[in-house]
Design a protein around this ligand. Structure first.
Ligand code: SF4
Length: 694
């Protein structure tokens, strides 16, 4: 850390990285940030922060920042720096030209889960009111869209049930497909503290993550399943709970839908769902599964935490519903210490979903086909809204390739690096006539753009983020926007040019509009956020100071709904040609596609993506530690250096995707979750062979 001198004042804001949403104090000298320290008042982080939040904010002033708008008529042309007016006029005229030629539905927008709630709300409003369609989606599509779907179906609300502090009352902690130590470090510390105090731990993960065994932490069970078999695992855990008489009968009778429960009980009781029958599928010894199920059902308060290892699968939504089934079956919902807790990846992925950035939902998770809700928005926005859902991101790519989707407004997302099957994404981008990218850096997606609008970092704007525990926290401007405008102001100007005027002068007015139109946000205001520090939604007349624990007396949907979770093997099969399964994840010091952390000192702790491989698989292929290896899948190929480690199980390899040159998503396929199209990043059949140094 370079301590540049005594700070003159500080501004409390919220970390722009992961879904923990730590409250940070930006210590300032004049208009420069000299240090970022965790705020002791932050309820999500209690005075702690990780290496990303503390040290990785320097990207905001990095020399690579794009500070001038740029345009070009063809992606093979050089960029031309222009004024804001010229760039926005050009973008608006191109969108109008495309709609006149190809129809109202030929353009769309992507909301960023890195931007504020207010900015996301404006982008979805721009698409719905100014573009006149529902072709809006968010990067939650590629991470937690199955959470939104699965929890709504079972519990009635597309969000986690608890507050982070609740883990202090957990007796049994089940972590499924998540690596909190790297992905959610500050919450991981809280969880580990509880484990050191005596809570029992069950880890369900194909990889031997740090939580399985590290100093002072040892899991009671590590169910090291094969990638792609989560549904088989949750069904066999449920089988044990049902057939060994471990159900929370009274809770189920009082709180859950009888008919759905009886059908589910009959299904999971089938012998085909037993741990013994599923052993050949999951690869986990039946006795371990039985032990873990007994511990979870009888060990006291049981809390489930899960991550992208659950959602990014062909059956991602099914596993989310299976997890909710487990919680309801054991009575572990509706009080502190229990619950279903999705560990959200990006800082505002919960918020971007809350404010209506899915093509089928208006703010507050209300379907666009709901006439009453739609009429409310039509009256407020003064437009007629479409009742049919629009295109999801992968559908936008398909439509681009078939010639019906021609224009895209992409705010704060690098879809070329982060979405699966890079070649497919690039082909779709090349087929469009106008792509407007709004970003702080010239990212991989910008290579295919026609208009580049400089973005603003979290230090340059006011707004709010909503973390994984539904906590809305203030983002406060500590410096003027480097390129002249905050992201929300750019959206306003684009909308004005498209003939749909927006008249906001401060993001608080946007939040006031969200509150007026969204029942779960009706009690939220900047004044209340300043007074309380942060607020967990729902916040309304029934809960004026917010809701730390949901579903206390009854589920949001009324009766909890058990759903049958039939295991269906993924289409992505290992063969003689592709005998290993590749799964992907993240490392502590880097963040997603690395656009920010690669431009900070964090890069010294982790300078490249590596391929983790088990010693047996490495030896069989003559691969030594540190050696360059080629990885080939049905979608493509790339080259990485090997890391030979027993963290992996034989037959499974692993890498991260923080560096564009490693091209991890060149090899991931287009398979996706049946309900939400969330990509199956976690299962790709590959071959790995040694290659010469690059
Ligand atoms: Fe907190 Fe996550 Fe930011 Fe780390 S990256 S400081 S855990 S919000």
């Amino acid at each position: 850390v370079i301590w540049l001198g005594q700070a003159e004042h500080k501004v409390t804001t919220t970390c722009a990285y992961c879904g923990v949403g730590c409250s940070l104090d930006a210590e300032m000298k004049g208009s420069e940030v000299v240090r970022m320290v965790p705020s002791k008042a932050g309820k999500a982080n209690e005075g702690h922060a990780c290496v990303k939040g503390r040290f990785a904010w320097g990207y905001a002033t990095h020399k690579d920042r794009i500070l001038k708008p740029m345009i070009r008529s063809k992606i093979t042309d050089p960029w031309k720096e222009v004024s804001w007016d010229e760039a926005l006029d050009y973008a608006a005229s191109e969108f109008k030209r495309i709609q006149a030629k190809h129809g109202q539905d030929s353009i769309g927008g992507i909301v960023s889960s890195r931007c504020t709630n207010e900015e996301g709300y404006l982008v979805q409003k721009l698409v719905r009111a100014a573009f006149g369609n529902n072709n809006v989606d968010t990067c939650a599509r590629v991470c937690h869209s199955p959470t939104g779907y699965g929890l709504k179906q079972t519990l009635g609300e597309s969000a986690g049930t608890q507050t982070f502090a609740s883990v202090a009352k957990s007796d049994v902690i089940m972590v499924i497909g998540a690596n909190p130590t790297d992905g959610h470090p500050v919450f991981a510390s809280r969880m580990k503290r509880r484990i050191r105090q005596g809570a029992k731990l069950i880890v369900i993960d194909p990889r031997r993550i740090d939580l399985v065994k590290s100093p002072h932490i040892r899991s009671q069970y590590h169910l090291q399943l094969r990638p792609g078999t989560n549904v088989a695992m949750v069904s066999s855990l449920a089988h044990v709970i049902v057939t060994e008489g471990l159900l929370a009968e009274q809770f189920i009778a009082e709180r859950c839908d009888d008919r759905a429960f009886n059908q589910w009980r009959e299904f999971v009781a089938q012998e085909s769902n037993s741990p013994e029958a599923m052993e050949s599928v999951t690869g986990v010894p039946a006795e371990q599964v039985r032990g873990a199920a007994r511990l979870f059902a009888t060990g006291g308060n049981g809390a489930i935490f899960y991550g992208l290892g659950v959602t990014e699968h062909a059956q991602g939504s099914t596993t989310v519903m299976g997890i909710a089934n487990l919680a309801m079956a054991t009575g572990n919902v509706g009080r502190e210490g229990v619950g279903v807790n999705p560990l959200r990846g990006q800082n505002n992925v919960q918020g971007s979903c809350d404010i209506g950035s899915f093509p089928h939902e208006l703010p507050g998770y209300r379907h666009v086909s709901d006439t009453t809700v739609r009429m409310q928005f039509e009256a407020a926005w003064g437009v007629e809204l479409q009742a049919e859902p629009g295109l999801r991101i992968p559908n936008m790519f398909e439509a681009a390739l078939d010639g019906s989707f021609k224009g895209l407004y992409c705010q704060g997302e690098d879809i070329v690096q982060s979405d699966p099957n890079t070649q497919h994404v690039i082909s779709a981008m090349e087929a469009m006539e106008c792509i407007v990218v709004q970003d702080i850096f010239l990212n991989e997606t910008a290579k295919y753009a026609h208009v580049l609008l400089p973005g603003s970092s979290f230090l340059e704007k006011d707004g709010t983020f909503t973390n994984a525990e539904r906590r809305i926290s203030r983002v406060r401007k500590v410096m003027a926007p480097k390129a002249g405008y905050a992201d929300w102001e750019v959206t306003v100007q684009l909308s004005n040019r498209l003939g749909y005027p927006m008249n906001y002068t401060h993001p608080s007015q946007i939040m006031d509009e969200i509150a007026r139109l969204t029942p779960t946000f009706s009690g939220v205001s900047y004044a209340k956020l300043d007074k309380l520090g942060s607020i967990q939604w729902p916040c309304n007349d029934a809960a004026p100071e917010g809701t730390p624990t949901m579903h206390i007396d009854q589920f949001v949907r009324g009766k909890g709904r058990f759903i049958i979770t039939q295991y269906v093997p993924t289409d992505e099969k290992v063969t003689r040609m592709y005998p290993l399964i590749l799964t992907t994840g993240r490392i502590l010091s880097q963040y997603n596609v690395g656009a920010q952390t690669r431009r900070t000192e964090n890069v010294q702790w982790h300078a490249e993506d590596r391929l983790e491989i088990h010693p047996h698989d490495a030896e069989e292929r003559g691969i030594k530690d540190d050696q360059w290896v080629g990885i080939q899948s049905r979608a493509g190929e790339t080259v990485l250096r090997a890391l030979v480690t027993e963290r992996m199980q034989p037959g499974v390899v692993y890498t991260t995707f923080h560096f564009p040159e490693s091209g991890a998503n060149v090899i991931t396929t287009e398979n996706s979750d049946w309900a939400t199209n969330c990509p199956e990043y976690k299962v790709t059949a590959v071959q790995v062979m040694p290659v010469q140094q690059q």
